[in-house]
Ligand binder design. Sequence first.
Ligand SMILES: [Zn+2]
Length: 190
Amino acid sequence: MKRSKKKGKLTVIAGPMFSGKTGKLVAMVEVFTRMGYKVLTVKPSIDNRYGAKSEIHSHDNKRSKAIIVDGQKPATIVESILSSGANKVILDEVQFFDKRKIIDVALKLKAAGIHVIAAGLLYDYQRKPFGATPDLLGLADERLELFAICQRCGSLARHTERLKGGKGQVVVGAADKYIAVCESDHKIYR
Ligand SMILES: [Zn+2]
């Protein structure tokens, strides 16, 4: 499939932790690959929840290979992506990349005719906008907002609540440190 004949596209998948973002990405990789597309997955090195392995690994144990790149220097991969002949590029945990730089990378790849799929958290544990995700959502051609289930009341949950681990915006963890909750049940960790 010739990339140059196709228009680029930006798809954004946003939702809290435990909303199934990675499972959705792994399913996309499977379908796109079966369709004959070359898919590359890129994730920031900061996300080492599963031992900084070069794969995306959902909470329900689905996995797919990924390229790990320094979250502060995402532009270093643009040239190798363009020369790889990839048609589809997944940017996972997009909130952990440098905000301005990853938006630039996403738009450059799209301009080169690539379908860019960015997935990440819209809000941090204080319900503040997280990294580039909200801006990318605004720029997206396709948007998918996923919800988790509130662990306090069972409603749809769009927020992630931190249970422990300090006050930095980025504290990597999984169910050991976070739960998904709805807006009215969300408490800001102090
Ligand atoms: Zn609730």
